[in-house]
Design a protein around this ligand. Sequence first.
Ligand SMILES: Cc1cc2nc3c(=O)[nH]c(=O)nc-3n(C[C@H](O)[C@H](O)[C@H](O)COP(=O)(O)OP(=O)(O)OC[C@H]3O[C@@H](n4cnc5c(N)ncnc54)[C@H](O)[C@@H]3O)c2cc1C
Length: 263
Amino acid sequence: MSDPDQLAREALRLLGPAPENWVPPRDSFDHNVLIVGGGQGGSAFAYALRRAGIGGVSVIDAAPDATQAGVWLTRARMHKLRTVKNLVGPELGVTALGFQAWYEARHGSEAYAALDRIPRTDWAAYLDWFRRFLDIEVRYGTQLTEIAPHEGAAVPGLAVQLVVNGQARTETTRKLALARSLHAAHRRVRRRTGGIALSRRWPAVQREGPGHRPVAGCDPRLQPGRLCHRRRTPGRPAEHAARHPGRGAAHRRGPVPGRPRPA
Ligand SMILES: Cc1cc2nc3c(=O)[nH]c(=O)nc-3n(C[C@H](O)[C@H](O)[C@H](O)COP(=O)(O)OP(=O)(O)OC[C@H]3O[C@@H](n4cnc5c(N)ncnc54)[C@H](O)[C@@H]3O)c2cc1C
């Protein structure tokens, strides 16, 4: 049987080895970059950083193993991706490392042409291959829980609290890349996985601008860790409310009259 990875191997050969790590070493840091999330975003970051000559990169994922990471084999119920099949993925333009090349090497070009969208289980299998083929190591069972400044280091950096298979530990990194997708965006998922805390050692954040208003009496220099801004919620002009009585109800606090509570 012919080698399905032959094209990908040839592309890597022609591309040549990744550049040497050019980032100056710093004794007080465990990593140059810590990538949180080993899904498609985290894997793409890891590969891109390697090709850019940035070493000392580590990828962690809270899921116990690759089958539990991301959404494709866990939460997703639809059979196919919504994204069109020929968008550039984690291969960053190296077509021999892309989904089409991977799929055609296993099922033939006619089978690929017949696909309207990418089946999600094939996408999961491709991502798994991408990580293994490119030796992108993910430390599974490792959850980020807190981010704090790395005090006392010669250059700015972060000290992160991790829970590794149930055990707490601290690691230090110069940069942090969050590739947590739904876990970062979706309130319900965030509650289930435990959100990431910003350490109280951070100076308070004072944001300014039209989207935020300062919190009265909050001084960012005196109250470390406190958010000294609130998102501005503009009031509706009275005449607009009179014209559209139902509108804006979804943004009010508390239950909306006549609307069932979310489960
Ligand atoms: C049903 C469904 C269909 C979708 N269809 C599409 C589509 O067609 N096209 C599309 O582009 N997108 C689609 N999405 C969105 C999809 O989730 C994202 O595009 C994609 O998974 C994002 O990849 P990612 O690497 O950023 O995150 P994910 O693949 O979700 O990976 C994030 C990883 O971060 C890990 N993680 C989270 N928090 C922590 C922490 N604190 N510490 C350590 N690890 C952590 C998680 O375990 C997870 O493995 C769909 C989503 C769903 C649910």
